[in-house]
Design a protein around this ligand. Sequence first.
Ligand SMILES: [Zn+2]
Length: 250
Amino acid sequence: MYFDKMYQLNPADFKLLGYAIVLSDFIDIENRSDYDNDVIMCNDTGRCQHCNKRIKHHVAIENTANGDVIAVGFDCYNETFVHGSTRELNLHRARKAADRKWENAVKRQAVRDFRQQHVSFFDMLDNYTGRNNFVEDIRQKSQVYILSDKQMDAVKAAIAKEEEWKESQPKLVAAPTGKIAFSGFVKSIKWVENRYGGTLKMMVLTDDLYKVWVSVPSKLGQVEIGDKVEMTAYLSPSDDPTLAWGKLRA
Ligand SMILES: [Zn+2]
């Protein structure tokens, strides 16, 4: 492995020996085909000996300082070893870094312009409070990329569908307090440990559209999620106005 010390590597130390083009997806000597009369096979690891990335085709170069022959990928060769001196290599890298900086600035500006052109869409996206992972993913991407029409349409459809679902859900009302007879459906059941051992609790969505968290009364026998129940309990308020804590006895 040749370490890429930016200000030390001198590409002038390396001599091009030849290259190998691999026609098969597998790194396999038999399947290598030479397009170059000087082709040199010197790497069976399938990795670039400069950056250690996986490579298929390779360029063989000799380190004239010590005679080592190594294989690097075409990209590494063109980016690093093709230059005539350390100075040229560093110049190339500095220019690339500057180009990248400029490109990023242009990209950021393009994203800002795009947002300006789609104000209502981004108002909707930025104020989205749902939990759709796809919408969340697109929201993050939109900070850096320009969205395609397809992505925007998909987001609009996903949000519309979620709104529709929300609309179709029962609108809960504030729960009453005191001794209340109610009926409703069991939404969930949970065994809750306490110092007397434990008690089976259930969440009931009442027919009047508030929720009650209460112990399952023994007279109801076995209850299951989805069962219709009818009972009386002493209700007291919770932090959520639509949910009451229920007690079987005052
Ligand atoms: Zn490499």
